[in-house]
Design a protein around this ligand. Structure first.
Ligand code: S3P
Length: 431
């Protein structure tokens, strides 16, 4: 599928973006092992989360779909999952595979996790290794490092583990296995990866606070029962990022994103844009289901290049392709470092954003752990390719709004992995 974008005069309006992808996955997975029924509103009906839904059902969990975005998960309790009769297909979703592997490591049965070609290339040694240390048998291709993964779980014991990378998926896999382990599991993280699992676990483990201790960059978990929860999923800030960036880039724009999640482990991109000189205001902040939610207002302004590195990187890990687009229109140099993780996302996002943005006329150079962009450069519309990566496709669409002429994004169907309705919403905001 192709998406064609032309230069626009401005983006104006108020929108709600679809529910947060990370929180939607977790609502299903934790709801599945909780006691009682978990009601999920504003669930993200995107390909990645639907893969988690299918896997959870294959483990014997009944999930009622009241509408596209509203679900009731009939939790089977801590020990209620059933051995799946077939291979579990995680499609292209790393979150599904890694978090589910953590839960399956705790189950006294046999399961196999696979996914599409893109996912079968992604590194799984990072979860397989700690899960083995906890006592699970985890096998995979390439010496146990690549999917499909075969898991024979049960009889886990807690470990103390230092994460080699700031990854919420790895942290969550160990935490979920920790629910099934004897003794406590302690995780140290090198940087602030998103903490949605910790927040939801704490909310579901009401009255058992001694089993869930969150200290700065350290989380401790002990086996315990989870209670069901009513979850209202906030709008996904990683989806909102495209419209916020567009509003900052296109003169005369003002866009409000209502009810978007503003968890501090996810707002690195807003901080980066503000540092670049963008006019971004976050208002009406309140808490919903243990997560901070607010309205974000973005207006066009003069932008300058910045440096992004260290602890800011995990706080905006999915926003680097769109940052590169914004940087191409900012005055001066933008330097991204400490972001080698980008090379093992859905695709190598450093290589691919550099190749595609150069086709539009941007000056961007790869570095092993990031990239350098010199701006501003006028962009000229042409044919670009998503490489099957949703975040690349949407970033290129936003670049097309600032480019002369017409920009065609080949392989735009992958946008549905995280943001169904993106194109319609973008058109509704554009003039
Ligand atoms: C996610 C964590 C991030 C992110 C991914 C979703 C999650 O990956 O890139 O889109 O839901 O936990 P890492 O934890 O591997 O950095």
């Amino acid at each position: 599928m192709r998406m064609t974008v032309r230069k626009v005069k401005g983006l104006r309006g108020q929108v709600r973006v679809p529910g947060d992808k990370s929180i939607s996955h977790r609502a299903l997975l934790l709801g599945a092992i909780a006691e009682g029924t978990t009601r999920v509103r504003n669930f993200l009906p995107a390909a990645d989360c639907l893969a988690t839904l299918a896997c959870v059902r294959a483990l014997g969990v009944e999930v009622e779909r009241l509408s596209e975005t509203e679900l009731i998960v009939h939790g089977r309790g801590w020990r209620g999952l059933m051995e799946p009769k077939d291979v579990l297909d995680c499609a292209g979703s790393g979150t599904t595979m890694r978090l589910l592997a953590g839960i399956l490591a705790g189950q006294p049965f046999y399961s196999v996790l696979t996914g599409n070609e893109q996912l079968r290339r992604r590194p799984m040694g990072r979860i397989a290794e700690p899960l083995r240390q906890m006592g699970a048998t985890v096998l995979g291709r390439n010496d146990g490092r690549l999917p499909p993964l075969t898991i024979l779980g049960g009889n886990l014991h807690g470990i103390e583990y230092r994460l080699p990378v700031a990854s919420a998926q790895v942290k969550s896999a160990i935490l979920l296995a920790g629910l099934y382990a004897d003794g406590s599991t302690v995780i140290h993280e090198p940087g602030p990866a998103r903490d949605h699992t910790e927040r939801m676990l704490a909310a579901m483990a009401k009255g058992q606070t001694s089993n869930f201790k969150l200290q700065t960059s350290k989380f401790k978990v002990r086996g315990s029962m989870l209670s069901s929860l009513d979850i209202v999923v906030p709008g996904d800030i990683s989806s909102a990022a495209y419209f916020i960036a567009a509003a900052c880039l296109v003169p005369g724009s003002e866009v409000t994103i209502e009810d978007v999640g503003v968890n501090p482990t996810r707002t690195g991109f807003l901080d980066a844009l503000r540092k670049m000189g963008a006019d971004i205001v976050v208002e009406n902040q309140h808490e919903v289901s243990g997560e901070p939610v607010a309205d974000a207002v973005a207006r066009a302004g003069e932008l300058r290049g910045i440096e992004v590195r260290g602890n800011q990187v995990p706080r905006m890990i999915d926003e680097f392709p769109i940052l590169a687009v914004v940087a191409s229109q900012a005055q001066g140099t933008t330097v991204v470092s400490d972001a080698a993780e980008l090379r093992v996302k859905e695709t190598d996002r450093i290589a691919n954003i550099a190749v595609e943005l150069r086709k539009l006329g941007a000056r961007i150079e790869e570095r092993p752990d990031g990239f350098v962009v010199e701006g501003p450069t006028p962009l000229v519309g042409t044919r670009v390719n998503s490489h099957g990566d949703h975040r690349l496709a949407m970033s290129l669409a936003i670049a097309g709004l600032a480019a002369e002429g017409e920009t065609t994004i080949e392989g735009a169907e992958c946008i549905a992995d995280s943001f169904p309705g993106f194109e319609e919403m973008l058109r509704a905001l554009s003039s």
